[in-house]
Write a protein that binds this ligand. Sequence first.
Ligand SMILES: [Zn+2]
Length: 272
Amino acid sequence: MPAAGGLHRAIERGHAIGCTAVQVFTSSPQMWKSKPVSDQMVKDFRGACEATGIHHVVSHDSYLVNLAAPDEAMRQKSYDSLRDEMERSALYGIRWVVSHIGAHMGEGTALGIERASHQVVKLLGETPESVMLLAETTAGQGSSLHSRFDELAEFFEACGNPDRLGVCLDTAHIFAAGYDIRTREAYKRTFEEFDRLVGISRIRAIHCNDSKKDLGTRVDRHAHLGEGLIGLEAFNHLVNDPRFFGIPILLETPDAETMHGENLRRLKALLV
Ligand SMILES: [Zn+2]
């Protein structure tokens, strides 16, 4: 949800359209630097969560972060940015921080995972325990890591499978990465594979987006629910899947200000 006028406004806007979970950026996603968090900002934000009853709040890190960057200075900058994000989130009482983790920039998946996992282990050691880091599944655009479930499994293994590391599964990304969820059979197969390689219990948040790009295209373009190439049937299976009850399911569909209410209605209409 957009946070114009203060982060607490994102919670209020979400509540106004019927959200029970909200994703926010605690700072500008296109910038490295962020404003310091004041006591008043924390008070307003926690107050809004209390008043609305919205306690499933997820923050998303800056898009600039690359924990697998070959350049050491870039890696350090990314580390500092994500550490700050987790610290800000702890102040706000936000329990989950989603990160795209990184891209190997042509140096290969194995080296990318090695670099990123080293950063993540250090990060979890230096940030408040109340915040969990969620690695997002990606579409595999460019050289981004974690478009394949086996890569995610390797990453978890390299990090030592810490409790404070989870997964944010993005439906548009996994679809673009080649995992079909359009029919009951395909949905079942895809999540069986996820469970076998990574473990379903690792999924702590879901980005619920339709896709403008087709299966396996490795291109990340979100669409309104039911208007993309995934279609509503997949989301029907998703919202009625008891394995995901209680887990924040978040919309990242286009036109947040005007269309989130409509996409939320479409999603809720699928609940049986
Ligand atoms: Zn996403």
